[in-house]
Design a protein around this ligand. Structure first.
Ligand code: SAM
Length: 341
C-alpha cells in the first residue's frame, strides 16, 4: 500500500513475508487464542504454512482456536453480499478503508504478518493483461477475471484511491478471507414431497479475515477444516478441527472455498492450480455455456501445453509466472475431460 502508511507499505520489498510471526503469535496469545499445538513453517513448495506441533490422534480434534473479536469482518453484516460472487473490489476496499488505513495497535501485528506485496507466483488473473487472460480460454474464467479487473479499476476511480493499493487489498482479501454464511430470514427453503426441509440455502456471506488460520494452505485432500465454535455466545471462536488423524510435524491443510473449489475458483481467488483437483471433472461433466465441453474445443492439445510448460521449466531464467499459471490451468482442465468420450 501507499508508502506513507504504516504496516505493509513500509516493509522490505525484497521479502514476500515480513518475518513478524513472533509478534503475531504474541498478540494472539495475549488475546487468549489457543495456538500452542501449531507451528508456522515452510512447506515443500516453499510456502509458509501451519504444521502440527503434536499428534492429533482422531478426527474432530481441536487444533487451534482464535477468538472471533480479533477477526476482521470486511463488510457491515447488515450489508453482506447476496452470494460469494459479490463485487470483490468492494471487499478489498472494505479491508483498505476499515483496517489498513487505520493500522492502530489492535491490528498492527496481524497486518504486518501479511504479504507486503503481491506474490508473483500467485497473482490472480484479474491482475493480468487482456491477452494473458484470453489465453486461459475457459469462458467462465475469462469473463470473471475481466469483470473483476474492471470492478477494481472503476472503484479505485470512484473512491479516488491508488489503483495499486486496491489491487493489493483485493488480492489479499480474495486469497485470504473466509466467506462465512450468514443466517438469513429470507433464505430459500426447499421441501421434499413429504414437506420435510431438505436444503436451506444460505444466500448471504460475510467475508472475514481470521489471523493465524489464514496461514493454512489448501489441499485437495485436506486434513482439517474451519469450524465456528459457540457462534450464539458472546465469546465465539474460529477453530481448525482435524478431519482425520494428523501425525506431529505434518502440514495442516484445508479445502479452500468451502472445499468445493474447481480450478476456476482456485485460480480466480487464490492464484494457483492444484494438480489432480477432482472437482474439475464434475464441473466439466455438468457443462453449460460457460464451459468448454470437449478437450478438442481448446486451440491447443494437452501435449502442446505440456511441451510448453516443460520448456518453460527447463529455462528457469525465463521467469514467466503468468504463463506457468496459464499452462498449469489448461493442462489440469484438459486432463479432467472424461476419457470415455
Ligand atoms: C490463505 S493464504 C495461505 C498461506 C500463505 N502460504 C501464507 O504464507 O500466508 C493463500 C495463498 O497461499 C498459497 N497457497 C495455498 N495453498 C496452496 C497450494 N496448494 N498450492 C500453491 N499455493 C498455495 C497461494 O499463494 C494462496 O494465494
Amino acid at each position: 500500500f501507499s508508502s506513507q502508511a504504516k504496516g505493509f507499505g513500509t516493509q522490505k520489498k525484497t521479502a514476500s513475508y515480513t518475518v513478524t510471526e513472533e509478534a503475531l503469535t504474541n498478540f494472539l496469545k495475549s488475546k487468549k487464542a489457543n495456538i500452542q499445538n501449531v507451528d508456522i513453517g515452510i512447506d515443500s513448495n516453499g510456502q509458509r504454512g501451519l504444521f502440527a506441533a503434536k499428534t492429533f490422534g482422531k478426527s474432530d480434534a481441536l487444533i487451534c482456536k482464535i477468538p472471533s473479536d480479533i477477526a476482521l469482518a470486511l463488510l457491515d453484516p447488515q450489508k453482506v453480499a447476496s452470494s460469494d460472487e459479490g463485487n470483490v473490489a468492494e471487499y478489498g476496499h472494505s479491508f483498505y478503508r476499515q483496517y489498513y488505513t487505520k493500522p492502530d495497535d489492535w491490528w498492527k501485528d496481524y497486518l504486518q504478518s501479511l504479504p507486503s506485496r503481491i506474490i508473483e507466483t500467485s497473482t490472480t488473473p484479474n491482475l493480468w493483461s487482456d491477452s494473458e487472460i484470453d489465453l486461459l480460454e475457459f469462458p467462465r474464467l475469462v469473463q470473471q477475471a475481466k469483470k473483476r479487473r474492471d470492478q477494481i479499476e472503476e472503484l479505485a476511480r470512484k473512491e479516488n484511491i491508488p489503483l495499486d493499493d486496491l489491487k493489493l487489498a483485493t488480492w489479499l482479501v480474495t486469497s485470504r478471507a473466509f466467506l462465512i454464511p450468514i443466517a438469513d430470514d429470507n433464505q430459500e427453503t426447499v421441501y421434499d414431497d413429504r414437506g420435510q426441509v431438505i436444503t436451506k440455502t444460505a444466500t448471504r456471506v460475510l467475508p472475514v479475515m481470521v489471523p493465524f488460520i489464514d496461514i493454512a494452505n489448501h489441499s485437495s485432500n485436506p486434513n482439517a477444516k474451519l469450524t465456528l465454535l459457540d457462534p450464539e455466545k458472546d465469546e465465539a471462536f474460529f477453530c481448525l478441527t482435524s478431519t482425520r488423524p494428523i501425525p506431529k510435524g505434518t502440514e495442516i491443510t484445508i479445502g479452500y472455498g468451502s472445499g468445493v473449489a474447481s480450478s476456476v475458483e482456485l485460480l480466480l481467488n487464490y492464484g494457483f492450480v492444484a494438480p489432480g483437483n477432482q472437482l474439475d471433472r464434475f464441473m466439466l461433466k455438468k457443462g453449460g455455456d460457460d464451459c468448454l465441453a470437449l478437450a478438442s474445443d481448446w486451440t491447443t492439445s494437452l501435449e502442446d501445453d505440456q511441451t510448453m510448460l516443460k520448456l518453460l521449466n527447463e529455462n528457469p531464467e525465463e521467469r514467466n509466472d503468468v504463463l506457468r499459471q496459464i499452462l498449469s490451468f489448461r493442462i489440469q482442465l484438459k486432463e479432467s475431460y472424461s476419457t470415455e468420450e
